[in-house]
Design a protein around this ligand. Structure first.
Ligand SMILES: Nc1ncnc2c1ncn2[C@@H]1O[C@H](COP(=O)(O)OP(=O)(O)O)[C@@H](O)[C@H]1O
Ligand SMILES: [Mg+2]
Length: 503
């Protein structure tokens, strides 16, 4: 023990300078998690409807609004809500915790956040900007009459609620896309499905029970008519039949610091293409692991929290464990996307058991179910591989006809991704992708324009070279050596092109 040191004076040190808000905006929220945190507040306010609107012009997203028909706020509540760590006196059933979500989620995406809220016919409104926080932490109170007009205009259009809240994000520094004409459409084309998949997963219990509906819409400034799309629930445990007889089973564990927890250990049927299994991914491998729920909101979607090595073991792809957390007493990261588990807590999870089996036995059963499915697949002759996304549609159609006829086929996709410096390509056996190094895109294309189906010759040749390895689904030393050698040869060419470019 250290000897106690005596206090002789105090210095009152409030946060100062521009670091505070910059640090806050770098907590690491992705757009879907940031919006989910705003929706948590709507749920806490008993909302039944939430509408997320992306307002755009030809080049950029000018604002994002999140509207709900919850109980709304009066000025005192709004004041506390705008304050950082302002409100911490939550009911046990609430999703809010630190009194930070509204602010930290908003500033992870935007430089200005406006909140307009209506309660008992009264409108209150307030605005934070990063500059104001940098300067002197002065939060603006806005004209209620003007705010009321904006509220009627933007909040759940066509059916403005009697009470409700509208959160507006502007100056969206994280959603900037490049200037070329299709960049924004391309961005929205991937961002919107990702957002819907994420919200459908995180809030699936609320959506399934009908307690809440969420919709998203992208609205062009000059074309105000746009159809909202409902977010559908994605239940990660909704399979028709168990993947192994006798499962799911309930195991229990003494979780240090929390008390006893029940682990509902499930084994999915192999080869499922259900939404709930794939959850927006190609094969669902990254969605194995623990699913922690708190007050029906999903806090963590898969991952083993250190209880099992790695999070993407192909043999464990059928294993998912649902765990209900008590309302309080456990550390969740600020984004509410993962549980912070200590080493002794991870050990406790691993030791979870019922009278007969423990978590290790469960993992073994999940592995066995996976292996059995691979055996049947092999004995029935695994489906032939055909080129998938990343190759022009007419080539894919021709290839499918020639390679697979009318049999089932498995697609191998192509993607530009981050690879090590000397690597021109790599095989992602679990996600069924051939990945090309984005850093060398220019050199690989050698003057041709980039597009979603570019570099067709190299893609098709790599496909022909490695399609059998994808069917075997196993990476051997021999395969590694072959991939390395091919990479070295290709890299020699890339080096020449890099040199030409420099000259
Ligand atoms: N959509 C909303 N409807 C009603 N009240 C809200 C809404 N959003 C935020 N608030 C109020 O602002 C407070 C602060 O929100 P937040 O920063 O997310 O922290 P927390 O949710 O942990 O309290 C909430 O507790 C609530 O009182
Ligand atoms: Mg909150």
């Amino acid at each position: 023990m250290l000897k106690p040191l005596a206090t002789v004076d105090h210095m009152l040190l409030r946060p100062e300078g521009k670091g505070t808000i910059r640090a806050l905006s770098r907590i690491g929220y992705e757009l879907p998690a940031a919006i989910a945190d705003i929706i948590d507040n709507s749920i806490d306010a008993q909302a039944t409807r939430v509408e997320i609107t992306f307002l755009r012009n030809d080049r950029e997203i000018t604002s994002v609004t999140i509207a709900d028909d919850g109980r709304g706020m009066d000025m005192a509540t709004l004041r506390m809500g705008m304050q950082f760590a302002g409100r911490t006196d939550h009911d046990v059933g609430d999703l809010g915790t630190y009194g930070m979500g509204l602010k930290s989620a908003s500033f992870s995406q935007a430089k200005t956040m406006t909140v307009i809220s209506r309660q008992n016919g009264n409108v209150v409104a307030s605005r934070w900007s990063v500059e104001a926080i940098d300067n002197d932490w002065r939060c603006e109170v806005l004209d209620p009459v003007q705010a009321g007009v904006t509220f009627n205009d933007l909040c759940l259009r066509g059916k403005t609620p009697a009470s409700g809240t509208l959160v507006i994000w502007e100056r969206l520094d994280r959603l900037v896309v490049s200037q070329h004409a299709d960049a924004l459409d391309e961005f929205l084309g991937t961002a919107m499905p990702r957002l819907e998949a994420h919200l459908g997963l995180i809030f699936h219990r609320f959506l399934e029970s009908g307690a809440l509906s969420i919709s998203t819409v992208v609205r062009h400034e000059r074309r105000p008519l746009a159809l909202p799309r409902p977010v559908r629930p994605h239940n990660p445990f909704l399979y028709p039949n168990s993947g192994a007889p006798g499962w799911p089973k309930a195991l229990s564990c003494e979780f240090p610091g929390l008390g006893s927890l029940t682990l509902d250990a499930h084994i999915w049927p192999a080869g499922s293409a259900a939404d709930g299994f794939l959850l927006g991914s190609r094969k669902g491998i990254e969605f194995q692991g623990f699913y922690f729920f708190r007050n029906n909101r999903l806090i963590q979607a898969g991952g083993w929290n250190g209880a099992v090595k790695g999070n993407q073991d192909p043999e464990l792809m059928l294993a998912r464990v649902a765990i209900e957390l008590p309302p309080a007493g456990i550390d969740v990261n600020v984004q509410k996307s993962a549980l912070q588990v200590t080493a002794s807590q991870a050990q406790a999870l691993l030791a979870a058991s019922d009278s007969e089996i423990d978590l290790e036995d469960y993992l073994e059963a999940a592995r066995a179910a996976y292996r059995a499915s691979r055996r049947t697949e092999r004995s029935s002759g695994s489906p032939p591989a055909v080129p998938g996304p990343g190759i022009a549609m007419r080539v894919r159609r021709a290839a499918r006809k020639w390679i697979a006829g009318n049999r089932e086929a498995e697609e191998i996709g192509f993607a530009w991704g981050e690879l090590d410096d000397g690597q021109v390509f790599d095989l992602d056996l679990s996600e069924m992708n051939i990945v090309l190094n984005r850093k060398f895109r220019y050199e690989i294309l050698d003057g041709s324009p980039a597009s979603s189906a570019d570099a067709p010759l190299i893609k098709i040749l790599l496909f022909q070279l490695y399609k059998e390895s994808f069917a075997r689904q196993r990476s051997s030393g021999k395969l590694r050596d072959h991939v390395n050698l091919t990479n070295s040869l290709l890299f020699e060419i890339i080096k020449i092109r890099l040199k030409d470019r420099d000259e």
